[in-house]
Design a protein around this ligand. Structure first.
Ligand code: TRP
Length: 334
């Protein structure tokens, strides 16, 4: 392959009921990168095959559609990007994953963070499922089949990107120059929005008491903000910092300045957390209303039409790459 086919490529796993933490931590950084590189046509996909690695997502199809709508409601212009779903090209991904698996050792696979996380949360190397161990190889397939140049991902995904590059180097060395190395595009540190319950955990729909779930009834979310833990006057802590990040994301410019002023006063020791929360609740209410009405306007049919087109492009890229890969490996006889 002489040239990259896709200048910016990224994706996320389908999750139901995304939280404002997912929006700020995963969707916003991607949209920011796309805006900065607006001359390039990005390709965005939903990694539903990757979500098979966890038990999550009994309604995977519904979640996929919901994530695509979230991207658009959060500001992605669907005319300026190609969107597809990983399982649309499951045949190509599966083949590529088999070919590439040849190039990584089991011990390399056991070192990746997704797996280490599971091992930390009680599973062992012996009980995690096989597909989870193949996670980075399948991710390499996603990236390489689209001939991707830049891949915007958070720092947490860098180890996966390194495996992808290592696979490319090994492949080219073994079978001759065929694949091009992708480059990570820095989205900065992954933003960590904490649970509003103040127990130090990450905001997640699995702990709904502390999560602002975008599709929830708005009053439910506002009540959670009202009860949220802040910090004593004069002090900054992770809970208040999370609230401030949410505030900055949902506010207008003018409200943003007001938040800055309140935080300044708070740090001077004044009692302003009541005002801070009131402002946060009104900004958040407007933001959620707007987000929900934008999302409600997007029909399933519209999204399906988009991925039909995007999927065709993704399949055509993937087949071209596979052809070169198979020729190089001596796996194509006609
Ligand atoms: N691993 C990514 C995540 O958990 C999702 C993903 C799968 C991905 N394949 C990819 C991201 C290819 C970028 C490129 O968020």
């Amino acid at each position: 392959m002489k040239n990259y086919k896709t200048s910016i490529f990224t994706g996320m796993r389908p999750t139901s009921g995304i939280t404002i933490g997912n929006l700020i931590g995963a969707i916003k950084p991607t949209l920011d990168v796309l805006e900065k590189e607006s001359s390039k046509r990005p390709m965005l996909f939903v990694a539903d095959l990757h979500s098979l690695t966890t038990n999550e997502g009994k309604d995977t199809q519904g979640n996929v559609i919901s994530v695509l709508k979230d991207y658009i409601a959060a500001g992605l212009d669907p005319e300026k990007a190609d969107l597809f779903v990983q399982s649309q090209i499951a045949d190509e991904i599966s083949k590529m994953t088999i070919y590439l698996s040849r190039l990584v050792t089991v011990s390399e696979l056991l070192r990746i963070p997704t797996l280490k996380e599971k091992i930390r949360s009680g599973q062992s190397e012996m009980t995690v499922n096989g597909l989870l161990a193949l996670y980075p190889v399948m991710m390499a397939s996603d990236i390489l089949l689209q001939g991707s140049e830049y891949v915007p991902v958070g720092k947490d995904q860098y180890p996966h990107m390194e495996i992808t590059c290592e696979i490319v180097r090994k492949f080219n060395k073994k079978y001759g120059d065929t694949l091009l190395e992708p480059k990570p595009l820095d989205q900065g540190e992954p933003v960590n929005i904490l649970s509003l319950t103040g127990d130090g955990s990450k905001m997640s729909k699995t702990n709904p008491n502390g999560a602002i779930i975008l599709s929830d009834d708005i009053d439910v979310s506002l009540k959670k903000v009202k009860r949220a833990k802040t910090a004593f006057a004069g002090e900054m802590n992770d809970d208040l910092d999370s609230l401030l990040q949410i505030a900055k994301y949902v506010s207008t410019e003018e409200e943003g300045r007001e938040f800055d002023r309140l935080i300044e006063e708070h740090m001077e020791g004044k009692q302003v957390m009541g005002d801070f929360k009131n402002l946060l609740m009104s900004s958040l209410e407007r933001f959620l209303k707007d987000f929900q009405s934008k999302k409600a306007e997007i029909s399933d049919d519209y999204v399906l039409e988009l991925v039909k087109k995007g999927g065709e492009k993704a399949r055509s890229n993937a087949r071209e790459v596979l052809e070169e890969v198979e020729k190089a490996m001596g796996m194509r006889f006609v």
